[in-house]
Design a binder for this molecule. Structure first.
Ligand code: GLV
Length: 314
């Protein structure tokens, strides 16, 4: 009898028990191994399900058939210079993750449009100070990244009547969303974005894209929502733009260093809402089913679901 296939689970933050239970249902034939450092009998590992794997960990698995990212983004894997580039890599595209991200984006676009941070400041000071929000149809929301997540967020923002635009590498045809494409149109896109939402994949081309030059292109007092990756944002540039008034407020779910260090000025900045990388959590039950489908495809000699193009980085 052939030895059972083995799957190694590597993540510093995802609860392995939930994933083990999900795989017991989705792929009962596969042995689930949690890595706490070195993996025993590395040559017997077929599959790796990973979030932020330590550098070199995947290269030490010589018979790996597929790497399955625990996140929609795969930058946390490709940062490893020793990543075995001949092994197919699959990322998460999951309706629950997409819905979670859109909930987060709608919540915070509304919070900034209606200036919730300002109201909370008045409440803390016991001040009754009514103010009017701008009309939604005069509020321009710009979404950086019009992939799976950006398009869903745009569709869910549409009923509020915002003026929507998106920026992506290639032009998109989405009703009610003005499409800006490529580096040449980034400036014009920023100039028309009162509320800027970042949902980009983190690649060498997008690292640091949220910097003071970009902030200077935004309308004065614009708001920023970053639910993508901390690496997109130069945090010191944001603090300067907030303090100077060029940026009127921000919601940040992701940071250059996570957990956000206690010394970060972002924790206590009155114009900033901080959340601990929770915009879109990967759902084990739903995602393990898809990972099992990817494994079945790879066994048949096909590509996994949602294969990552390593030249593009997403
Ligand atoms: C979370 O950050 C993800 O990549 O899904």
């Amino acid at each position: 009898m052939a030895a059972p296939e083995r799957l190694v689970f590597i993540s510093p933050s995802d609860p392995p028990g939930d994933w083990e239970a999900a795989f017991r249902t989705a792929a009962p034939e596969v042995e689930f191994v949690v890595s706490r450092g070195e993996v025993e009998r590395p040559e017997t590992i077929d599959w790796a399900v990973v979030w932020k794997p330590p550098a070199g960990a995947l290269a030490r698995l010589p018979n790996l058939r597929c790497v399955l990212s625990l996140g929609a983004g795969v930058d946390h894997i490709l940062l490893d210079p020793g990543y075995p580039r001949d092994v197919p890599l699959s990322r998460v595209v999951d309706p629950y993750l997409t819905a979670g991200m859109s909930e987060y984006v709608v919540l915070h676009v509304l919070a900034h449009h209606r200036d919730l941070p300002h109201s909370l400041g008045h409440q803390a000071a016991g001040r009754w100070k009514p103010f009017a929000a701008p009309r939604a149809d005069e509020t321009r929301v710009g979404i950086l990244g019009l992939g799976e997540l950006g398009l869903d967020a745009a569709r869910k923002l549409r009923p509020f009547g915002y003026r929507l635009a998106g920026w992506s590498l290639g032009r998109k045809a989405e009703p009610g969303v003005e499409s800006f494409a490529g580096a040449g149109e980034l400036g014009a896109f920023l100039a028309r974005s009162d509320i800027l939402v970042c949902l980009l994949p983190l690649t060498p081309a997008t690292r640091g894209i949220l910097n003071s030059a970009a902030f200077d292109r935004l309308p004065r007092g614009a708001r920023l929502i970053n639910a993508a990756r901390g690496g997109h944002l130069i945090e010191s540039d944001l603090v300067a733009a907030l303090d100077e008034g060029q940026i009127g407020g921000a919601t940040l779910d992701v940071f250059q260093s996570e957990p956000l260090p206690a010394t970060s000025p972002l924790w206590t900045h009155p114009k900033v809402i901080v959340t601990p990388h929770i915009a879109a959590i990967t759902d084990p039950r739903s995602t393990a089913q898809q990972m099992a489908e990817s494994m079945a495809r790879v066994r048949r000699g096909e590509a996994p679901l949602n294969p990552v193009d390593l030249t593009k980085g997403y």
